[in-house]
Ligand binder design. Structure first.
Ligand SMILES: Cc1cc2nc3c(=O)[nH]c(=O)nc-3n(C[C@H](O)[C@H](O)[C@H](O)COP(=O)(O)O)c2cc1C
Length: 366
C-alpha cells in the first residue's frame, strides 16, 4: 500500500509540517532536578534529523510546587530548566525540526516508586486519586487561578524560546482530565457540576489563558483521552452529541488541533461506525485531529511498562483511514522512542529494517 499521502505537507497556522507524522509525548525521566540535559537535546534532535513532521516533548510540568511526582521529569519554568529547553529547541530547529512542549500538571497522583515527594501535598479538583479515594488536597479557587496562570506562563516561555507550537496535556487522568471526570471532580462551585460541559470550565479557562499568552498565530494542541487509568473502557462523552458539547467550547476557546489518545487507533469510538476518537473529534468540531495508539506495533503501550515488547506491524489500516479523511496527523510513540529513523524507513519502504519496541529501550535515550 502506498504511504505517499502521509508524506504530504500540512499547514497549521504559522507552521507547515513536512509530513503527517508527529512524535507522541513520552515521559523519559532523564532530566535531573527538572532540568533537560544535553542528552535530552540530542535525543530530540535525532528525531528532527529522522524527518519527524512535528515533535511533541515528553510531559513537562508547570510552576506549582506539587505539579510532579518525579524529580527527573522536566520543568517548564525556572531559569535552569528553561535554559535546558533552549538547548533542546535550538538543536531541533538547527536540524530543520518543529517542536511543541507538552505542558503538564499531574494533579493528584501516586507517589513515585523512588519515594520522592514534592514539598506540598498533591493537588486536584477534589483531592481524589481516581476512584481510589483521597490522594491529595482539594484546590482552592486561588490555587485554580494560580494554576491557570502557571499554564499560561509556561506556554509564553515556550513561545519565546522558539518552540513553534504548544500542546496541553488534558488526557490520561492527570490534572485537566481530573476536572473532566466526575469520579475525581466532585466540586460544587463553578469548576464542578453534574455534566461534562460544567466540568469543562477549568480546561476552557486554561485554554483561554494560554491562547492569550501565545497570541492568535501559534498552533495550540489539546491532548485528550476518553479512557482513564484503570478504566480503559470509560468514556467521558458517550455519544457524538456529548462529544460535540465537550469539544466545541474548547475549540471556541482557542484549540486548533485535538490530539485524541487511544491505546489502539483502530478501535471505534461509538457503535454503528468504525470512526475512531480522532475521526469523531474531527467530524463534530471541524478542527484537525491527531490519532495515536499502537501505530506500526503489535502491542499497546500500557503493557510496555510491565515489560512487554512489540514487533513491527504494517500500517495499511492507518493509511486506509487517513486516506478516507478521518484525521490529519498521526502520532507515533514507542516505534519512535526505539528508532529515531522510523519515519524515514516508512517513507523509503525499508520495512525489513524496522526494529519494533523492546521495553529495555525505556532505560536509555537512544
Ligand atoms: C514511555 C512512555 C511515556 C509516556 N509519557 C506520556 C506523556 O508524558 N504524556 C502523554 O500524553 N502520553 C504519554 N505516553 C503515551 C504516548 O504518548 C502514546 O499515546 C502511547 O505510547 C501510544 O502510542 P504508541 O502505541 O505509538 O506507543 C507515554 C508512553 C510511553 C510508552
Amino acid at each position: 500500500m502506498s504511504v505517499a499521502s502521509l508524506f504530504q505537507p500540512f499547514s497549521l497556522k504559522s507552521i507547515t509540517l513536512k509530513n503527517r507524522f508527529v512524535m507522541a509525548p513520552m515521559t523519559r525521566s532523564f532530566s535531573p532536578g527538572g532540568i533537560p540535559t544535553d542528552d535530552v537535546a540530542a535525543y530530540y534532535r535525532r528525531r528532527a534529523e529522522g524527518d519527524v513532521g512535528l515533535i511533541l516533548s515528553e510531559g513537562t510540568v508547570v510552576n506549582r510546587v506539587a505539579s510532579s511526582n518525579d524529580p527527573n521529569v522536566p520543568h517548564f519554568y525556572g531559569e535552569a530548566a528553561l535554559q535546558g529547553w533552549k538547548k533542546v529547541i535550538d538543536s531541533v530547529r538547527d536540524a530543520g525540526g518543529l517542536m511543541a512542549p507538552q505542558i503538564w500538571h499531574m494533579g493528584v497522583i501516586n507517589p513515585h516508586a523512588s519515594g520522592w515527594l514534592p514539598a506540598e501535598p498533591f493537588e486536584g479538583p477534589s483531592g481524589l486519586l481516581r476512584a481510589d479515594g483521597k490522594g491529595g488536597r482539594e484546590m482552592s479557587l486561588a490555587d485554580i487561578e494560580a494554576t491557570i496562570q502557571a499554564f499560561a506562563d509556561s506556554a509564553a516561555a515556550a513561545k519565546s524560546l522558539g518552540f513553534q507550537a504548544i500542546e496541553l496535556h488534558g488526557a490520561h487522568g492527570y490534572l485537566i482530565d481530573q476536572f473532566f471526570w466526575d469520579v475525581t471532580n466532585q466540586r460544587t462551585d463553578r469548576f464542578g457540576g453534574k455534566t461534562l460541559p460544567e466540568r469543562n470550565r477549568f480546561a476552557i479557562e486554561v485554554v483561554k489563558a494560554v491562547r492569550q499568552a501565545i497570541g492568535p498565530d501559534c498552533p495550540l494542541i489539546l491532548r485528550l483521552s476518553q479512557w482513564k487509568p484503570g478504566a480503559f473502557d470509560y468514556k467521558l462523552a458517550q455519544t457524538p452529541q456529548e462529544m460535540e458539547a465537550w469539544l466545541q467550547p474548547l475549540a471556541d476557546a482557542g484549540i486548533d488541533v485535538f490530539h485524541c489518545s487511544q491505546r489502539r487507533f483502530w478501535e471505534p469510538e461509538f457503535s454503528d461506525s468504525d470512526l475512531n476518537f480522532a475521526g469523531w473529534a474531527k467530524k463534530v468540531t471541524g478542527r484537525p485531529t491527531i490519532t495515536v495508539g499502537s501505530i506500526g506495533l503489535s502491542g499497546e503501550f500500557i503493557k510496555s511498562f510491565r515489560g512487554e515488547n512489540s514487533t513491527p506491524q504494517p500500517i495499511d489500516e492507518l493509511v486506509r483511514r487517513f486516506d478516507r479523511g478521518d484525521f490529519d496527523l498521526v502520532a507515533v510513540g514507542r516505534a519512535l522512542l526505539s528508532d529515531s529513523q522510523w519515519v524515514r524507513k516508512i517513507k523509503e519502504g525499508r520495512t525489513a529494517e524496522l526494529t519494533g519496541f523492546q521495553s529495555s529501550d525505556l532505560r536509555q535515550l537512544q
